[in-house]
Structures are given as structure tokens and as C-alpha cells.
Design a protein around this ligand. Sequence first.
Ligand code: ARG
Length: 467
Amino acid sequence: MAESNTDTKSSNQMWGGRFASGPDAIMEEINASIGFDKKLFAQDIRGSIAHATMLAHQGIISTEDKDKIVHGLNTILSEIESGNFEFSRQLEDIHMNIEARLATLIGPAAGRLHTARSRNDQVALDFRLWVKEELEKTEKMLTGLIAAFLDRAEEHAESVMPGFTHLQTAQPVTFGHHCMAYVEMFGRDRSRVRHAIEHLDESPIGAAALAGTGYPIDRHMTAKALGFREPTRNSIDTVSDRDFAIEFLAIAAITGMHLSRLAEEIVIWSTPQFGFVRLSDAFSTGSSIMPQKKNPDAAELVRAKTGRINGSLIALLTIMKGLPLAYSKDMQEDKEQVFDAAESLELAIAAMTGMVRDMTVNTARMKAAAGSGFSTATDLADWLVREAGLPFREAHHVTGRAVALAESKGCDLAELPLADLQAIHSAITDKVYDVLTVEASVASRKSFGGTAPSEVRKQIAFWRARN
Ligand code: ARG
């Protein structure tokens, strides 16, 4: 074992000037991030090309050297993309792996690339670029999920289902209205994504180690070349800041929480007991022992991924909370949390979009359930207020007696004979039966944002215009 370590015992070629020997094997293992930060290769190369171009423009390096550097970096890009690049753990991270390869390819000119920058601003840049792209991807995926819900909402603007509070039947609503609740939730998530993109849209490169640099660099130029709105304004904050990563995780956690509530509803709705929806074969699995089963595994896994994403958010908040300004190596632990959460979130949104598009809605079961559990009791109370002039509290009490009577007779409110209702309150007429159906109940709830099909259609139109 000791012999095989001879290479690691020579000091690091990037920073080993004052080191007599290389790191212990354990040091190398705990220190290296190449295992995961190689994901940042494209961002690292983009950043280096922009930096070298700016250095040449400012006369800090020669145009010949810049051309060699850019050419070499492009070669490395295709080497990595085609799988012909050997990553080395001894070179710690993606930045040093690429720079070392550049030296092999173009010789001494490679050593000029790191002028006026540090790995601290370099990693901040690479990671920001990566998170920005991920947020843009998330925005598109949420738009797809919202579109899936809008289609289902339109299709079911009139389909009645029970609305629940405490998971107990409350009042009839439409399935379209219920779908639109998710449109609101994912719409908020998407606007959080947009705000996060705005927050992180500042270029870190040029902050250098923490204090800026004495070279006459042009940070506005690199910011523009890399597609950022402007450069960051404080070099210390720039290399200390991981808010953009934490914000991504916070958004992922909130979106995940929404996805998980949806997953839970799908799990409940797809039970034989509810039977509101049937999942497509594409998004369910069977049991190896019970032939009758169709399990909502995808929904369950979406629910579980949320736990994992929450873990990442708490991990990074905890990693950052005690760090003095500016950079500390602790911050290297940011990436795995974000990469893992991003993968989970993408999968969860994609799986949900598929499930929502594919599931079969059993409107007959929903309607039958909507009418049970005395779901139109509030409509009876409202009728007594409107037609018989009772104060709502008294109407509530009268209705409660009617519900108790129906319950004792084992029938629905609408099935109680008029004489029974009149015995409870003499002002009741046969007109009351008009409001006791589930259709009448939902159609009456025309208040802004209410469940009446006419209202739901208005909200669908509102979101269609914004999606
Ligand atoms: N691999 C490091 C990270 O991800 C790069 C920055 C290293 N900077 C340093 N001063 N050691 O954070």
C-alpha cells in the first residue's frame, strides 16, 4: 500500500511550492471533490474562456496565450464530453484537473489562466452557472406540470367530487377546482424560481480569493460574456455566499412538499375504497404475491423524495451557519446536496406530470361520494338564511337537526320527506330540494375563486394566459 502511494507523496503541482511532501492518503480522500464536482466541467470551461478573453482584452495576458488557452480548453471540453478524459483525485477538484490537462496540452501559457482569479471565485462562478441552468430547467418543468393540470381542470370543470377538511367530507367541489388548487401551488413555486434566478444573476468571477485583485480586470465584461446581469458588488460576500444554492434547496423543498401532498392524494384516491382515479399501467406497479394489486409506487416515491430534499436543505443550512467570512473548505460540501436534490426534484416533477396526464378519473365514483356524508348541509342552512330569513346560527342548528334525522333514518338530506323537514322548521318548502343536489351546491358557489364551474373556467383562462 505504501509504495502505491508514491505519487501522492509528491507535493501538489498547483499549490505545492511551499510543501515538502504530498498529502496523507486520508487527507487526499477527505479533501478531494472531483468525484462529484466533475459535473461542473462545462461551467468551469465556459468561465475560464470568458476570463482568459477578458485578460487578453485588458492586456493582462497576450492574445497568443489567450488563443492557446481557449483552444486547449475547447479540446478538453470535447475530451470530457466524449469520455476521453482521465480525472485524477490527486488533482483534488474539477478546476485543477482541467488546468493540469491544459498545461499538458499547451505548455507554459496554461499557467497564465489563473491570473487575477482564485478557485474561490472560480467555484462560486461554476456553481452559480450550474444552479442557474437548473432553475431554468425547473421553471420549464413546472410549466409542463401546470399545463397538465390545466388540461385536466378544463376537462373536469363540471365533475363534482367531495371537498374535504380534516379528510372528512365537507362540501361538494369540482375536480377541476381541485386541480386548479395545484395550479396555484405550482404557479407560486415557479414564481419563486423566477425570483431566485433574479437573485443569483450576478457574476462572481474577479472577486478572486476574497479581496478583489490588483490587475486591471473588467468584471462587467466577464459578467456579460457569461450571461449575468452584472458583477457582484462585494468580493468578500461573493466568495462566502451560498444563498443561491440554499434558495434552490428551499424552493425544491417547498415544491417537493406540494408534490408530496399531491402524491398523498393520489395514493388515497387510487385505493379501491375511494376509487376516484385509476393510475395508468405506465405509472404503477404490481405485487409479486397479490395478483389483484396495482400500487401507486411512483406517487409514494415522490412523497419520499421530499424527505430527501428536506434533508439536503437542512444539511446545507447547517454547513453554512457557523462559517466566518469568507471562504472555508466546508463550503465544498454544498454541491452534493444540490446535485442530489436537483435529481430528486426533476424526477418527482416528471413523474407527477406523467401521472396527472395519464390517470383515469372516475367521475361516477366522485359524484356518488360527493353526495354522501350530508355534504350539502351548508346549502340547506344557507337556504334557510336566504329564503326564510333565519340568522345563520339558527339555520345551522335547524340543519343539524335535519342531518341527525337523516342519519337516524339512514338516508340523505335530499331524501328526507318534506313533512319531516317541516316538522323541524315550518318555513321549509319543497323549493329547498333545488339546493340539496351536489350540482346545485357547486353551481351556487360563484364567489370569486369559488368552486362553481363558471368561476373555475375563469381561473383556467387566467392561468392559460400566463402559462
Ligand atoms: N473544490 C473547492 C470547493 O468546491 C474549490 C475551492 C477551493 N478553494 C480553496 N481555497 N481551497 O469549494
